[in-house]
Design a protein around this ligand. Structure first.
Ligand code: KIV
Ligand code: ZN
Length: 507
């Protein structure tokens, strides 16, 4: 029987530590639901002690997502662990993940603790976590720069105290594949009773080795990989889930292991997370980049037409990528639309379907041919929409290279209708200033980007904005064939998040 590797997804915890990302509870829950469809074994839902928002997100995920194990992170102290246990109360399969640093550099400068003190804290933490849940993971932070004798002693003590998983993090992305493989082999040989627990790895990508290190660890005997979708995570990120999984699949001949991941959900998950986080995927990114299955040179195109395997080591269909067919248009009915959604892997409620169909019809009035990418964009946009306190009712913009841009906006804020106007340095500046006045929300625009969803002059434009208020970052997204409208919608959606704020969560 091939060994089964658990895929532990940390997009919502380490991934959320990506600079510039902040997700609210509704967004985290939506991501967790998609991770469940992807069939990850474990969702690390957050770090409950870090903030009220993080606590609420872990709690909401524990209450609503019942398939995978739901893990919550806690430092090796009782306060963190009690908080994680509280957040996980409703989970069907809870796991507390507790950690403490084990490298000389971290113990001396960060913790100011001796080896003995670290060992004592680790044992106490595992025992405390065990008093709440059966499944306890213990991580020795910065394991790859730790003294091997001490590391073995620490993991052995954690196992003795009841840990069910021991995790070996390459916290600063320092280790090299051969070295990491040797480390895992040594731990497997030297730690008593290690065969009774799962051996996990958690690799960061500072030197671009996270995926290679994770795979080498599997070859050396590890049984769990911690990773994040699109390689999100602290600094250079974590091992990319999609790369790890597709490497295990494509090179079964080397690794000979199985996993639970439904690879057909990879593309959709990656896209959704990029949309929600606002972190774009580079075109040449392995597996999920726009060019990952594109063949540019004539020689390559000729080869692929003759026989796909000449230049394709895996099929686009295996990650759920459909060819971007021209599917529907103005005359397509609800049935055809619903069918196409099903083929794309969406399961919408009747109400969601009605709303999506309305948007589709609206788009079909403005755009001749509607592609799968357009459909995905409108559905994703709708699925992650928060309650809108502010609604953009009307806008008008006048601009030109020899005139001052002016904008008028009318917004509905709860029961009130407010109209404002402003001039600006270009139409976007004018409309954003008018919206600031109308909504009376004082915030700073820190980032603005625009891309076309599909090709053609009538393409849907997708605008992403980041605004800052009181040191917090809020992301807004707008979709329209009119880029000024998309810009206004994106800004209003960021303003709505500021008002929604209760769900804002970043330590
Ligand atoms: O990188 C790291 O060491 C971590 C631990 C908390 C597992 O994220
Ligand atoms: Zn990490």
């Amino acid at each position: 029987m091939p060994r089964k590797i658990d895929i532990f997804d940390t997009t919502l915890r380490d991934g959320e530590q990506t600079p510039g990302i902040s997700l609210n509870v509704a967004e985290k829950l939506e991501i967790a639901r998609q991770l469940e469809r992807l069939s990850v074994d474990v969702i690390e839902a957050g770090f409950p002690i870090a903030s009220k928002g993080d606590f609420n997100a872990v709690k909401a995920i524990a209450e609503n997502v019942k398939g995978p194990v739901i893990a919550a992170l806690a430092r090796a102290n009782f306060k963190d662990i009690d908080c994680a246990a509280e957040a996980l109360k409703a989970a069907a399969r809870p796991r507390i993940h507790t950690f403490i640093a084990s490298s000389p550099i971290h113990m001396k400068y960060k913790l100011k603790m001796t080896e003995e003190q670290v060992l004592e804290a680790a044992v106490a933490a595992v025992k405390r976590a065990k008093s709440y849940v059966e499944d306890v993971e213990f991580s020795a932070e910065d394991a790859s720069r730790s003294d091997i004798e001490f590391l073995c002693k620490l993991y052995a003590a954690a196992i003795e105290a009841g840990a069910t998983v021991i995790n070996v993090p390459d916290t600063v992305g320092y280790t090299m594949p051969k070295e990491f493989s040797n480390l895992i082999k040594t731990l497997m040989e030297k730690i008593p009773k290690i065969e009774n627990v799962k051996v996990s790895v958690h690799c960061h990508d500072d030197l671009g080795m996270a995926v290679a290190n994770s795979l080498e660890a599997v070859a050396a005997g590890a049984t769990q990989i911690e990773c994040a979708v699109n390689g999100l995570g602290e600094r250079a990120g974590n091992a990319a889930l999609e790369e790890v999984v597709m490497a295990l699949d494509t090179r079964k001949d080397i690794y000979g292991v199985t996993h639970n991941i439904n690879t057909k959900q990879i593309y959709r998950t990656s896209k959704m997370i990029s949309t929600i986080t606002g972190v774009a995927i580079q075109p040449n990114k392995a597996i999920v980049g726009a060019n990952a299955f594109a063949h540019e040179s004539g020689i390559h195109q000729h080869g692929v037409l003759a026989e796909k395997s000449t230049y394709e080591i895996m099929s686009p269909q295996s990650i759920g990528l459909t060819t971007n067919r021209l599917v529907l248009g103005k005359h397509s009915g609800r049935h055809a639309f619903a069918e196409r959604l099903k083929e794309l892997g969406y399961e919408l409620s009747q109400d969601e379907l009605n709303k999506a169909f309305e948007r589709f019809k609206d788009l079909a009035d403005r755009k001749k041919d509607i592609t799968d990418m357009d459909i995905e964009a409108i559905v994703e946009d709708q699925v992650i929409k928060l309650p809108q306190h502010i609604e953009l009712d009307y806008f008008q913009v006048s601009t030109g290279n020899k005139s001052i841009a002016t904008a008028t906006v009318r917004v509905k804020i709860n029961e009130d209708t407010i109209e404002e106007a402003s001039t600006g340095d270009g139409p976007i500046d004018a409309i954003y200033k008018a919206l600031d006045r109308a909504c009376n929300v004082n915030c700073k625009l820190v980032d603005y980007s625009i891309r076309s969803v599909s090709g053609g002059k009538d393409a849907l434009g997708e605008v992403t904005v980041k605004v800052e208020k009181e040191g917090r970052t809020f992301l807004g997204r707008g979709l329209s064939t009119d880029i000024i409208e998309a810009s206004a919608i994106a800004y209003v959606s960021a303003l709505n998040k500021i008002l929604y704020n209760g769900g804002y969560c970043k330590a």
